[in-house]
Design a protein around this ligand. Structure first.
Ligand code: ZN
Length: 444
């Protein structure tokens, strides 16, 4: 009764400023709240299965339009907010008018923004021929079953302070209403993963070790020593190809088997390949994991495969082609002298594969046969790839733009010679033949 009276007694005036507005999307466990300083001009709910809603707003003197898009997580292989971002870039580049699309700046937005408790933010320029007219904003994250993204367009081009404020709007405005995952894996999750992927004969035999960056599943008694070795690999790779440490990133799984036979059983089962082909490798990084067997912890295979795992799961640079991926991995697992031994002779006597052809080889591993001089071609190709990365990272010619090279070529569709050459041309102002000439000069 008292409450009733109080309500009646409230003054009937308009509030001084509108309250924040909240939209709920329970089907994807997301909520979006915009603060009062954002004026909503119009909003449109869509029946589209991917674009859920569009907004037109004003933020100070800026027009800010944006939409909420969701895509299936499992089918698209989205394990991390940066995967969602990379997918956007990948799809943009399928449009012939946006072949060279790339993000300008990327950042991490921490908070309850998904089961993985952070989101990835990025911007890109909006151009009218040669005139910059605005900035695109992307905030990408995960829900239980979806990858989501806020895709915004702000005009005119906002300054640095406004860009930060717009990211803050979404960082504070987006809320994931489901269960936030444990980045270190719960015991239940770890067991479920082992049970799903383990070879049939290994029921019940497994220990788990967690390090700062890895979760190691093993039946080997050397698990702990091996875990420490993986951390050393991580550190060396991060120092060579810098990437930021993001708190709350999910530990990367490593399967360490006691015997070669167990490893072969694991690989044949998970990849659905014959035991014979599985036996050709000593370890392999695929999807989110690295699997190997215990031989020697200093075997170069570990840092080679750890590099593949990190390029795919941390740096998010899965493109370029086999030459690029094997080049960075082999750069980590070979010594300078091995690369030099190959490259000097190759550069002087022409014993290498022309760059234009080399970048299109789908798999260096499968590029078998013998070279003109009777050497194993796949082995030489690995060294050629490593010597290219060495040259780009350490030569006077390559070094100043090495980071741009990694980020740009590592995002190009694998083996797309036109896109690779365009990226090289933009960064180093030479075509692939010109790059090859510089590589020869460096090693000669
Ligand atoms: Zn490799």
């Amino acid at each position: 009764m008292l409450i009733y009276l109080l309500v009646l007694a409230l003054p009937q005036t308009e509030p001084a400023s509108p309250s924040p507005l909240t939209w709920s999307f329970p089907e994807v466990q997301l909520e979006l709240t915009l603060p009062a300083e954002v004026t909503v001009v119009s909003e449109q709910k869509l029946e589209d299965s991917m674009t859920l809603q569009r907004w037109k707003t004003n933020y100070g003197k800026y027009a800010l339009g944006f939409e909420l898009v969701v895509v299936p997580r499992k089918e698209w292989g989205l394990r991390d907010p940066f995967d969602v971002l990379e997918n956007i870039a990948y799809n943009r580049r399928l449009d012939p008018k946006q072949l060279a699309f790339r993000f300008e700046e990327q950042q991490v937005l921490q908070g309850p923004l998904g089961p993985v408790p952070f989101a990835a933010g990025a911007t890109a320029g909006i151009w009218n021929v040669t005139e910059r007219i605005g900035t695109e904003f992307f905030v990408a994250g995960l829900t239980e079953n979806k990858g989501y993204s806020i895709r915004g367009r702000c005009t005119p081009t906002p300054d640095k302070k406004t860009r930060a404020a717009i990211f803050a709007l979404f960082q504070e405005g987006i809320r994931f209403t489901g269960k936030v995952e444990d980045p270190s894996w719960t015991e239940e999750e770890a067991l479920a993963r082992w049970e799903r992927d383990r070879p049939e004969d290994l029921a019940g035999e497994m220990k788990i070790y967690r390090t700062k960056h890895y979760i190691i599943f093993t039946n080997s008694s050397s698990g702990k020593k091996f875990a420490a070795k993986m951390e050393e690999c991580y550190e060396a790779i991060q120092e060579t190809f810098p990437f930021p440490e993001i708190p709350n990133r999910r530990l990367m799984p490593v399967f360490l088997f006691r015997t070669k036979e167990e490893y072969i059983d694991y690989y044949a089962k998970i990849a659905n390949i014959s035991k014979k082909s599985a036996a050709n490798s000593k370890g392999h990084a695929w999807r989110d994991y690295y699997a190997t067997y215990y031989d020697s912890p200093v075997d170069p295979v570990h840092i080679h495969e750890a590099t593949h795992q990190i390029f795919s799961n941390r740096l998010k640079l899965s493109g370029g082609g086999s030459w690029f991926q094997e080049g960075v991995a082999e750069y980590m697992s070979t010594k300078k002298n091995e690369r030099k031994g190959f490259a000097r002779t190759a550069a002087r006597k022409g014993g290498f594969t022309a760059f234009r052809e080399f970048v299109t080889i789908p798999s260096l591993l499968q590029s078998g046969g013998k070279s003109k001089t009777g050497e194993n071609l796949a082995h030489n190709h690995y060294l050629q790839a490593a010597s290219m990365i060495d040259f780009l990272r350490n030569s006077k010619f390559g070094k100043p733009h090495f980071d741009a090279f990694l980020k740009s070529v590592g995002r190009v569709r694998r083996g797309d010679v036109v896109a690779i050459e365009a990226a090289i041309q933009k960064i180093y102002e030479v075509d692939l033949t010109g790059l090859e000439a510089e590589w020869i000069e460096y090693w000669d």
